[in-house]
Design a protein around this ligand. Structure first.
Ligand code: IDP
Ligand code: MG
Length: 135
């Protein structure tokens, strides 16, 4: 995958509260094209695999429980400089520190239930997109 793609999830809290449309609107308004899109639920096993990089962190078990607590929306997005620009659009991990105009500022409820995921590198964007949409 080239540097013009990133991967996102709309997390269970945001799906539960009917923010799929609002978040996809902000994504499109931000100049991203949605190239893959799927609503699905993660088992705790799959959520654990996705976040395996955080397995040693104190919040890992809660994170896996949360991410498997209800449906999510997974998507692949395309834009020049997609990874960095999408991190800017979503804002800081902790919504208390997220800038005005960001998705997390508007929709996140807590540092855990923070509405959206965004890949942190081109390499991880490819791995994460393949995790959901790979053949
Ligand atoms: P990111 O999603 O902004 O890249 P990461 O540090 O990669 O943040 O953490 C992955 C996810 O784990 C976060 O989006 C959030 O849901 C959760 N998380 C991160 N830090 C904490 C914490 O200190 N307490 C609880 N959950 C956390
Ligand atoms: Mg991360």
């Amino acid at each position: 995958m080239a540097t013009n793609r990133t991967f996102t999830m709309i997390k269970p809290d945001a799906v539960q509260e009917n923010h799929i449309g609002g978040i996809l609107h902000m994504i499109e308004e931000g100049g991203f094209r949605i190239v893959e899109l799927q609503k699905l639920s993660l088992t705790s096993e799959r959520a654990g695999q996705f976040y395996a990089v955080h397995a040693e962190r104190p919040f890992y078990n809660d994170l896996v429980k949360y991410m498997s607590s209800g449906p999510i929306v997974a998507a692949v997005l395309e834009k020049d400089n997609a990874v960095a620009d999408f991190r800017t659009l979503i804002g800081a991990t902790n919504p208390a520190q997220a800038a005005e105009g960001t998705i997390r500022k508007k929709y996140a409820k807590s540092i855990e239930a923070n509405a959206v995921h965004g890949s942190d590198s081109d390499e991880n964007a490819q791995i994460e997109a393949d995790f959901f949409f790979g053949k």
